[in-house]
Design a protein around this ligand. Structure first.
Ligand SMILES: [Ca+2]
Length: 507
């Protein structure tokens, strides 16, 4: 190992805190030849400030250039991990040359993964973290990678993120002479599933975890996604037009927007709103946007979620009031591609399967067993092994999410409190985001620093109860509003601007 004696001397004199900020035990390019347990280094490059060019399509690269153009100097390590002979897990670990905050941030994936999240890596690096990402063991977002590749299904399900965490800690230790003091995971959607998988299956990998809109209940969630569109796909006359979805949304706001005291187009607590699509049934409503009987039934499906036809048991919750304008994804004329791909490639291994054959009874049970075997289900609510190590879990979910029911996050949070022994309420927090779509976007404030909240909590602070989120448009903050720890809701004090979070309390 190459060692710079003067740096080590300074490190010894100045103490461990500055040692982290003063790399490095080994120069970046020396990592090229370093051994890596369970894999091999493909490249180790010292990147000068602002010089990273992401391997993205040109339009994406242009849109993201400010993210990359302002990056500090870092050591970029690319590697391939092979926990099995069939595995080929690509990873990148970015280590800041100066100013490391002593922490690791592993960033999650979306959809079927198959690529590295360069914008997320850049954001983590810019905040002072060692940043790490993986493609989860295959290239491209087509679930056909699963055909005849059981080990790669497991890599995608849970193994790749674990192997990445292990490798990123080892590379940090080699580069800085000391591993991360704290390691975090940050993901939404598929990244939310990865987050909960880590908490449940690998409780020692991370000290803190951010899980957004988790796609963790894979079988039941995807069955709901397919079920939501069956009416419209069986009978095209049952499909709602954009204007009808907009009219239903308007009816929901008319009935429920003021329940929270503020007429702002956002429902702070959609669970308290029970508008029935029948309100818009023909011929009573405006004939230009009224709903036929078949359309009323189709709309009710989206709110209700599927039930077992034999037992009547709810299989998965439906979407919340307020989400109507996003219903084309699940309630449109094509089955939701992610759900169809999951059933065809992972659960049934039948690429030609017709989703109309889903029976919502025995098939759900059998698919859950298959998904438990590969690790695609992440529903274990006993998080004692993670919490007992001091682990913190920060959950968030947009109430207007049109892809994954926000009630799933409420259910999981509630089950963790009921299932985990001890005082789990000190180690888990759920923040519902009113008016926010899948992970971000929508009419509600969606912008807040998740990692800053998690780090302050894990580093010894109180569990968060109130987070100020911003709604940002064209780079300008147009509104701030508190997000409240579930089940509390932001409540207007009755005076002052409703665009200013200081005029709201959580209660
Ligand atoms: Ca409101």
């Amino acid at each position: 190992m190459l060692v710079r004696p003067t740096l080590l001397l300074f490190a010894a004199l100045l103490g461990p805190r500055l040692a982290w900020a003063q790399p490095m035990a080994e120069p970046c390019d020396a990592l090229q030849a370093a051994p890596l347990a369970g894999g091999r280094i493909l490249g180790a490059t010292a990147v000068a400030p602002g010089e990273f060019a992401p391997p993205l399509p040109a339009t994406q690269a242009a849109a993201a250039i400010s993210v990359f153009g302002n990056l500090p100097a870092f050591c970029r390590v690319q590697a391939a991990l092979t926990p099995t002979p069939d595995s080929d897990i690509r990873i990148e670990v970015w280590m800041p040359t100066a100013g490391w905050n002593g922490r690791l941030q592993v960033v999650g994936n979306g959809g079927f993964a198959g690529s590295l999240g360069y914008p997320q890596l850049a954001a983590a690096l810019a905040a002072g973290y060692v940043a790490a990402a993986t493609d989860t063991g295959h290239s491209g977002g087509d679930p056909a990678f699963m055909q005849g590749q059981p080990e790669r299904v497991i890599d995608f399900a849970h193994r790749a993120v674990h192997e990445l965490a292990v490798a990123a800690k080892a590379l940090s230790a080699r580069f800085y002479g000391e591993g991360p003091r704290l390691s975090y995971f940050n993901g939404c959607s598929t990244g939310g599933r990865q987050a909960l998988t880590a908490a449940q299956r690998y409780p020692a990998d991370f000290d803190g975890i951010v899980a957004g809109a988790p796609a963790n209940n894979t079988v039941r969630m995807t069955s709901m996604q397919l079920w939501s569109g069956l009416a419209a796909q069986d009978d095209q006359a049952a499909a709602l037009a954009d204007a009808q979805r907009a009219a239903l949304h308007t009816a929901v706001l008319a009935a429920c927007d003021l329940q929270d005291g503020v007429g702002d187009g956002v429902l702070e607590n959609p669970a308290a709103c029970d508008v029935d699509p029948r309100q818009l049934a023909c011929p009573a409503a405006d004939p230009a946007i009224c709903l036929s009987e078949a359309q009323v039934a189709a709309a009710r499906r989206l709110y209700a979620g599927p039930t077992n036809p034999r037992t009547g048991e709810s299989i998965f919750p439906g979407l919340a009031r307020g989400s109507e304008t996003g219903w084309d994804a699940l309630g449109g004329r094509q089955p939701f591609a992610y759900a169809l791909g999951m059933w065809r490639q992972a659960l049934l291994k039948d690429p030609g399967w017709d989703h109309r054959q889903l029976d919502f009874d025995l098939m759900i049970t059998e698919a859950q067993q298959a998904a438990e075997r590969t690790g695609l289900q992440a529903v274990n609510a006993n998080l004692a092994p993670f919490f007992d190590r001091g682990g913190k879990l920060l959950l968030y979910h947009g109430w207007n999410d049109p892809l994954i029911s926000p009630f799933n996050s409420v259910d999981y949070y509630t089950r963790v409190l009921q299932t985990t022994p001890g005082q789990p309420g000190d180690a888990i927090r759920l923040f519902m985001m009113p008016g926010v779509n899948h992970c971000a976007g929508g009419s509600g404030p969606d912008t807040w620093d998740k990692m800053a909240v998690l780090d302050a909590w894990r580093s010894g602070g109180e569990a968060p109860t109130r987070i100020v989120a911003a709604r940002v448009k064209d780079g300008e903050t147009e509104r701030t509003r508190p997000l409240c720890a579930y089940p509390q809701v932001a409540t207007y004090t009755g005076s002052g601007s409703t665009d200013d979070a200081t005029h709201f309390v959580c209660q």
